[in-house]
Design a protein around this ligand. Sequence first.
Ligand code: BTN
Length: 264
Amino acid sequence: MNKIKRTNQPSDLNTSSSFQLNLKNKKITVYHFNNLSSTMDLAKETAEKGCANLTVIVADRQTKGRGRLKRTWYSSEGGLYFTVILKPDIAPSLAYRFNFAASVSLNKILKKHYNISATLKWPNDILVNQKKICGMLSEMEGDSCKINYINIGIGINVNNNPTKLEPTAVSIKALIKKTVSRKKLLTLFLYEFEKTIENIDKNNPVLEWKKYNTTINKYVKIVTTKDVLTGKAVDVDETGTLILKGKDGSLKKVIYGDCFHHAN
Ligand code: BTN
């Protein structure tokens, strides 16, 4: 693991350091780095070596930031790039709930603290006027009986200017015309996220996610590692599975994939 220099709490994420946050139920540690290949890589290493539930790895820049389906996640300075390591004691069949909890929590924070009205695109993108403000990626390790860890990687366009390679992206700064403290945003998110997952076995965040979703009723193309599927997204069920209606009227269940919205 990279060396961590301890400092007092910085006002924003500007030096390599670690700091603790007192969430509602738990004190957690956030490890912050100027440069990493990907917060997902260090999170995996950290989770495998052993760390507490809700340990966070955050980086100012990533040289190999990755998105879903092996896409590159451009991670220029000013964005917020982090991975939350979860070690939940719940059935692996409920693991999908954490991704939805993360989208729902960030959506709430964007509205409450930055007055940004976003929508949620299946499975976990956050959009403003159909432009992407946040993407999420999760990696899980375990077996059918036990989750060893779930790492949720979150990239938020905060003060960065999305590059020409990301024409469909937008940042918080561009929307509200001011620079935002990434540390404050991260803290607000983690606090909200901890509350959302408090009783996640009983409270399914997919129901809240559906209220803000922009995918249901749209014609979509779903790209998976094996397939490209097209049709109308008619529902997302309580397990987060997308129900796709094909041209012939048949219904297909889609568990994962990248989703592109179409006009018709
Ligand atoms: C996607 O929309 O395809 C998912 C993007 C996920 C990006 C985040 S940034 C922090 C973490 N580290 C990575 O390399 N990827 C995730």
